[in-house]
Design a protein around this ligand. Structure first.
Ligand SMILES: [Fe+2]
Ligand SMILES: [Fe+2]
Length: 248
């Protein structure tokens, strides 16, 4: 990743009621095959940003948010796990939004965010819900799925959207904002190529905990968002992870 990313090409699309996908393409000259970094903004009484993007994209993401709401009104800065593309700009957003606090799981708060963030986080327990206004988000612990002890996901229960982070990561820089086409095979190609999943025996059980939320939109961090039977898609992923492990 370098500064050749054209942040001016960052796009914003509402993928379901009040939830916006902010996506910056990365050309194949930077990441072979091309790539995207996506953030999701929930517009509500207490607006929530899920993923900040890496620090180098802070200006582009801030400008994209401003097309929807004033950045200063953000209330929660949230993410799945601790990595640059998940929360690299956390402190920049805390500075830009005086009422905002980091929102994460309890492990992330204990291990990293309590120290890394410029303001104390609000840590949610497994399955705990938080109302933003029209939307309600639920935190679901998913340690090591796909990676990171502190990893978890956020389900938005009103629109049945699963903010699914690195699950279903797909290469390519040109995608529709949301698709109903298959995302399992392209994401499996990425998994096999990069080996970015922890090799945990608990993965299937944890994916089933996501499936029971019955999402109809999967808000992916890399690639298009997806609309369809999310429970079936998550169970298909669990099946593939079990049947096609990567061995070294
Ligand atoms: Fe990650
Ligand atoms: Fe990621």
């Amino acid at each position: 990743m370098n500064t050749h990313i054209q942040s001016s090409s960052t796009r914003v699309d509402e993928i379901t009621e009040g939830i916006f996908r902010i996506s910056t393409p990365v050309p194949p000259s930077v990441v072979p095959g091309g790539f995207t970094f996506n953030q999701y903004l929930i517009r509500d009484t207490e607006p929530l940003l899920f993923h900040t993007g890496p620090r180098m994209l802070f200006g582009a993401v801030r400008e994209a948010i401003e097309r929807v709401i004033p950045v200063a009104t953000l209330r929660y800065i949230s993410f799945s796990h601790v990595e640059a593309d998940e929360c690299g700009s956390l402190n920049q957003f805390l500075a830009a939004a005086p009422q905002a606090v980091p929102l994460c799981g309890q492990v992330a708060a204990m291990v990293s965010i309590g120290d890394l963030a410029d303001r104390p986080p609000r840590a949610l327990a497994d399955q705990e819900r938080l109302t933003l206004g029209q939307h309600t988000v639920q935190w679901i612990d998913a340690p090591h799925v796909p990676h990171g002890w502190e990893c978890g996901f956020r389900a938005e229960t009103t629109t049945r959207t699963l903010l699914c982070g690195d699950l279903f990561t797909q290469f390519g820089e040109l995608h529709p904002a949301i698709t109903e086409d298959d995302i399992l095979e392209p994401s499996e190609a990425a998994r096999i190529g990069m080996d970015y999943y922890a090799h945990s025996p608990d993965t299937g059980r944890l994916l089933e905990r996501l499936a029971v939320t019955a999402p109809i939109t999967l808000a992916c961090m890399h690639g298009p968002a997806w609309r369809g039977d999310g429970a079936a898609m998550l169970r298909s992923l669990a099946s593939r992870l079990a049947s096609t492990p990567i061995r070294h």
